[in-house]
Design a protein around this ligand. Structure first.
Ligand SMILES: [Zn+2]
Ligand SMILES: [Zn+2]
Ligand SMILES: [Zn+2]
Length: 157
């Protein structure tokens, strides 16, 4: 897949310390193995989202000899624990993102430059519950990802 990435912000806010990441993992109920900490540390540098392959490539350029399969496994565990969000936005590869909030939220994803914006407001819960109930379902969760073009990409188009 081809990703056109903006130069904007390589650092995801403040660089998160490994000890802090390990603490978050323990709190989320998963063992903070060295590999998981390294993968999460790399993801924390990403401002938007990244695929396992991208993270693996970046880690390799800094001399990290972690295998691609290990990166995939670490991301799957982190995602299962709810520490990272997965985004699909139409690509074959899953994109991972370390989100600013651990609470339920949604994303706007730019298909032009991969910019990701977090929407903290969820106003579809009620609609989901009602639509599910109408079919005899009890909705337990939902996910929603909105794809489109960000303001910068729209201006460039
Ligand atoms: Zn998010
Ligand atoms: Zn864009
Ligand atoms: Zn929601």
């Amino acid at each position: 897949m081809i990703i056109v990435r903006t130069i904007a912000g390589i650092v995801h806010g403040v660089r998160t310390r490994p000890s802090e990441l390990a603490k978050q993992m323990t709190a989320a109920g998963i063992r903070p193995t060295a590999q998981r900490v390294r993968v999460l540390e790399e993801l924390a540098r990403e401002n938007n989202d990244a695929t396992a392959q991208e993270l693996h490539r970046r880690m390799a350029t800094t001399g990290d000899k972690i295998g691609l399969a290990t990166v995939y496994r670490a991301l799957a565990a982190l995602s299962d624990a709810g520490l990272v969000d997965t985004l699909t936005h139409g690509h074959a590869e899953t994109c991972y993102r370390l989100c600013a909030t651990g609470h339920h939220h949604h994303h706007l994803v730019c298909t032009g430059c991969h910019r990701v914006v977090e929407l903290t407001d969820c106003s579809v819960g009620e609609w989901v519950a009602k639509a599910a109930r109408a079919e005899g379902f009890e909705a337990t969760s939902h996910s929603l990802e909105v794809s489109g073009l960000c303001a910068l990409c729209r201006r460039a188009a």
